[in-house]
Design a protein around this ligand. Structure first.
Ligand code: ZN
Ligand code: ZN
Ligand code: ZN
Length: 270
């Protein structure tokens, strides 16, 4: 039943640029606890339990796909069921943004992945990963530095540092001249380099657990300021927690500003 509800949610958005065939699939769009958060009886968790739909959010992971590759960004604890539900049976690589449990807690699930799996993380994130002996035997673990370039088929990926309370990386994805920036768990402290990268980006994705200011993450209000300051063409928010507004309330606030509110199953072609 849950699968049926989820599949009804999948829709497609297109920029109509026609320049590339980059596709982003949001597998999970919840912050650290997911929504509903277990043990929580707040109004938003109750709504998520009762009605599901876009107000129920698994923890954040997404796929970047082109005609020649499929890359998974982050491995939340429920990655096994997320990939099964999305009917994903092969991956070119896994990218890990940082060490927090909601981003790497499902890595050990790949113990049962039946192919050799390239896994990439920052050199300062690699020591935090815990692999089982079986996973070690078929994982190709590689480190990256900020601003290095990784190539998967026709997709180029450039990791870049963001400010978080542990080492953390955003990623610039580029294919056929289309560039998407993913800021991962970033604080609102964006540097000149980040603003330079945002100039001319076709899309930017931000993690916004809360609507109002948050210690170590961008908030929805921060993203609204960035969109207005930089004139971003297209912006998506994800990694949303149960203290934020309900999905439909967020859409009502943000659609007029050209900001898309991601939900589990959303696909964007750009
Ligand atoms: Zn997180
Ligand atoms: Zn709650
Ligand atoms: Zn984090």
């Amino acid at each position: 039943m849950v699968g049926l509800q989820q599949s009804k949610l999948i829709d497609q958005l297109s920029t109509g640029s026609g320049r590339g065939d980059l596709k982003i699939r949001f597998l999970g769009t919840g912050a650290a606890e997911g929504i509903p958060s277990f043990g929580c009886t707040c109004q938003r968790c109750q709504v998520a339990r009762k009605t599901g739909g876009p107000n129920a959010r698994h923890r954040a992971a997404l796929l970047i796909e082109t005609a020649s590759c499929r890359v998974l960004l982050d491995t939340p604890p429920e990655i096994n069921s997320l990939l099964n539900q999305a009917e994903v049976f092969d991956l070119s690589a896994v990218l890990l943004s940082h060490e927090h449990f909601d981003h790497i807690g499902g890595l050990v699930e790949f113990e049962y992945w039946n192919q050799v799996l390239p896994i990439f993380a920052g050199y300062d994130v690699l020591p935090k990963l815990r692999l089982t002996p079986r996973l070690e035997s078929h994982a190709l673990l590689s480190g990256f530095h900020s601003h290095s370039q990784l190539h998967f088929g026709d997709l180029t990926v450039m990791p870049f540092k963001v400010v978080h309370h542990v080492p953390c990386y955003g990623f610039a994805f580029e294919e056929a001249g289309v560039r998407v920036l993913h800021f991962s768990d970033s604080s609102s402290e964006l540097g000149n380099l980040h603003y330079r990268m945002l100039e001319g980006a076709d899309m930017a994705i931000f993690h916004t657990p809360t609507f109002e200011a948050h210690r170590s993450h961008t908030s929805v209000q921060d993203v609204i300021s960035v969109v207005q300051d930089c004139g971003l063409q297209r912006t998506v928010i994800t990694h949303i927690n149960h203290n934020n507004l309900l999905h439909e309330e967020l859409v009502r606030e943000l659609a007029p500003l050209g900001i898309t509110v991601a939900y589990d199953g959303l696909q964007i072609e750009i």
